[in-house]
Ligand binder design. Structure first.
Ligand SMILES: *Cc1c(COP(=O)(O)O)cnc(C)c1O
Length: 343
């Protein structure tokens, strides 16, 4: 056996049910960026389909098309990276709905559309990452309304993204968002969905949910760093590694920093073993050393992080211990670590 990332479909389904119940009547968009936070776009899309969730979201075209292929007509797929001309064609042919945060891109989409392109217009509410600035918004939505009347586009949504770093900043962003929606309506647009929040604000603050909440982290059971443990949300992935040698009171396991295990975890993390929780003592390139348990043997399996069933910490708890965000231990993992999907 080698190290592997075990993905539980049941836990994924549980988290999806939990976030849906939490934000209803608002709907949930399951975000599958970074290959579904390493869980695998196809795996997540198939659970989403079974659950009957109606939205998936991805940044880049490739992941969005993979998500659409996996989910078919069962869900709408939103893709929010600004695409070039060729990619825009592919996205529209592939049935994606596009996030548009710049005026030139809106024209590109209208030109590429064979039928009616479905778009979600993005206002910049302060993050300055992407999105139309408030001073340009009236002209932008005016042009969108013109293109909509001409049948080239349909404005299905108005959206933005917030930092979720402080409630005060988020409140300012929300006020700017409300103004933008109002201006869009005055221009003659009638968006079906307004979406602003991701996991943290969507979970905690009702007034941020609008019609749709884009959930990434919480769907995968990743908490906000330094955030509370959330009812009904469980880690979906467990990173396991085999025992490769036993030496006195130390046990060597087959995963190291080259596999993406941060070496800064040595001395601060507890892993789960057949004998319960044990300290992670050292992290080398291709292997790591853990405090032994009675009867430790080559071939035993150790949970490096996961849902706590064997005494291991969650990836978020480990991330907190080394001062990073909860998804980091997942995203750092080498793509060579096989993923195994379990029920
Ligand atoms: C990553 C991302 C999300 C999901 O964020 P989480 O905090 O992981 O829930 C939602 N919307 C956008 C635009 C994103 O980039």
């Amino acid at each position: 056996m080698t190290a592997q990332l075990r993905i539980s479909r049941a836990r994924l389904a549980q988290n999806i049910a939990s976030v849906r119940a939490r934000v209803a009547p608002a709907e949930v968009m399951v975000v599958v960026k970074d290959d579904a936070y390493r869980h695998g776009v196809e795996t997540v899309a198939s659970v989403v389909r079974e659950a009957g969730v109606s939205w998936l979201g991805a940044i880049d075209l490739r992941s969005a098309l993979r998500a659409k292929a996996a989910v078919g007509d069962a869900a709408r797929v939103f893709c929010w990276l600004t695409l070039g001309t060729d990619e825009t064609h592919k996205a529209l042919t592939g049935g994606l709905e596009l996030g548009v945060g710049d005026a030139a891109y809106l024209e590109r989409i209208a030109d590429a559309a064979a039928g009616t392109a479905v778009v979600h217009l993005k206002i910049d509410t302060g993050l300055h990452r992407n999105g139309v600035r408030p001073e340009q918004w009236p002209a932008f939505v005016g042009r969108a309304a013109e293109l909509e009347r001409a049948g080239r586009i349909r404005v299905a949504g108005i959206w933005s993204h917030i930092s979720e770093a402080s409630d005060e900043d988020d409140d300012v962003a929300r006020a700017a968002f409300d103004v933008a929606v109002e201006v869009a309506r005055e221009a003659g647009l009638a968006p079906e969905v307004r979406h602003l929040a991701a996991s943290a604000a969507g979970w905690a603050r009702e007034e941020f949910r609008y019609d749709l909440v884009r959930f990434g982290a919480f769907v995968y059971g990743v908490r906000s760093a330094d955030g509370p443990v959330l009812p009904g949300i469980v880690p979906v992935a467990t990173l396991v590694a085999p025992v490769v040698a036993v030496r006195g009171d130390e046990v060597e396991i087959g995963i190291g920093s080259l596999d993406g295990l941060p070496s800064s975890l040595a001395g601060v993390a507890d892993v789960g073993t057949p004998g319960g929780s044990r300290a992670l003592l050292r992290v080398a390139l291709g292997s790591s050393v853990v405090a032994a348990w009675p009867g430790a043997a080559v071939g035993d399996e150790v949970a490096v992080w996961g849902d706590g069933a064997r005494g291991e910490s969650s990836s978020t708890t480990l991330a907190e211990a080394i001062g990073t965000v909860g998804e980091e231990p997942l995203l750092r993992l080498s793509p060579l670590i096989p993923r195994v999907v379990v029920d």
